[in-house]
Ligand binder design. Structure first.
Ligand SMILES: O=C(O)CCC(=O)C(=O)O
Length: 255
């Protein structure tokens, strides 16, 4: 199965380097995104609905969707996605997939996504990592498209969020308010935003009357070494400390 994905332009790559996030309009065309949306709706109907963690209060998930769905796998492993990710991350020749996910933010059910960084949880020895967040249906800003603290990827690891109430990045680091926040983005189906794993990001609650639907895939530097930091996804895989993530869970895309 082939899922067409467009290449990021030089301007988009350089915007990402400067700001730690970028919008990629029309990353996937309308016909393809309609097919993905229909599959997503099916997966999300089967998702677990229990709210166990602070993350569950912000959105519902169907993790590792690319393992069970051919179309999301084709998108995740598409050479264009690999090339885009490697170009957006500086000095990276090849990337591995860390995780794929379907996210749903239901009006009334889910709250805002608190501002956080993705990297502080990760068992990788370097932070060259990014997430592509693809709108599967139109996501106007007041439905909860992501907002980013501009340039916050330059300030290193700022600590974990979602460990207890009130540990979002702004509460821990009020100085972040000195940075610009990205504008509210009205995304059309097939548009994506990309954020670096050190970029502080969050999203408002969904104010519309239909669910916010998105697919995310996170890529990281294929040369990253496993640190052994406890992490549910990697704990039982038999990875060796100080060795690359050579494991079928982390397929490598080498442009
Ligand atoms: O979709 C959201 O509200 C948050 C997603 C997120 O934090 C991520 O993909 O890293």
């Amino acid at each position: 199965m082939d899922i067409p994905v467009r290449a990021a332009s030089d301007d988009e790559v350089s915007f990402f380097h400067d700001h730690g996030w970028v919008r990629l309009p029309g990353l996937v065309d309308g016909e393809t995104v309609a097919l993905l949306r229909e599959r997503a709706a099916r997966h999300l109907r089967q998702r677990e609905r229990e709210h166990r963690t602070l993350v569950d209060q912000a959105f519902g998930q169907s993790r590792d969707v690319a393992d069970s769905d051919e179309a999301f796998r084709a998108l995740t492993l598409s050479p264009a996605m690999g090339r885009n990710a490697a170009r957006l991350l500086r000095g990276v020749e090849a990337v591995r997939v860390q995780v794929t996910n379907l996210l749903v933010k239901e009006p009334g059910e889910h709250a805002a996504t608190e501002f956080h960084q993705d990297f502080p949880w990760m068992p990788m020895d370097r932070s060259a990592m990014l997430t592509v967040w693809l709108a599967l249906a139109d996501v106007p800003a007041d439905m909860g498209s992501l907002r980013f603290y501009d340039g916050s990827h330059r300030y290193g690891i700022l600590g974990r969020s979602f460990t207890r109430a009130g540990d979002d990045q702004l509460s821990q680091h009020p100085w972040l308010k000195e940075l610009e926040v990205s504008p509210p983005l009205d995304l059309a189906a097939g548009d994506a935003t990309v954020h670096h794993a050190l970029t502080v990001h969050g999203a408002p609650a969904n104010q519309r009357d239909r669910p916010r639907l998105s697919f995310t895939v996170t890529y990281f530097d294929a040369d990253a070494l496993y640190t052994g930091t406890p992490y549910k996804q990697t704990d039982e895989l038999g990875l060796e400390v100080n060795k690359p993530f050579e494991h079928p869970r982390f397929p490598c895309l080498r442009p």
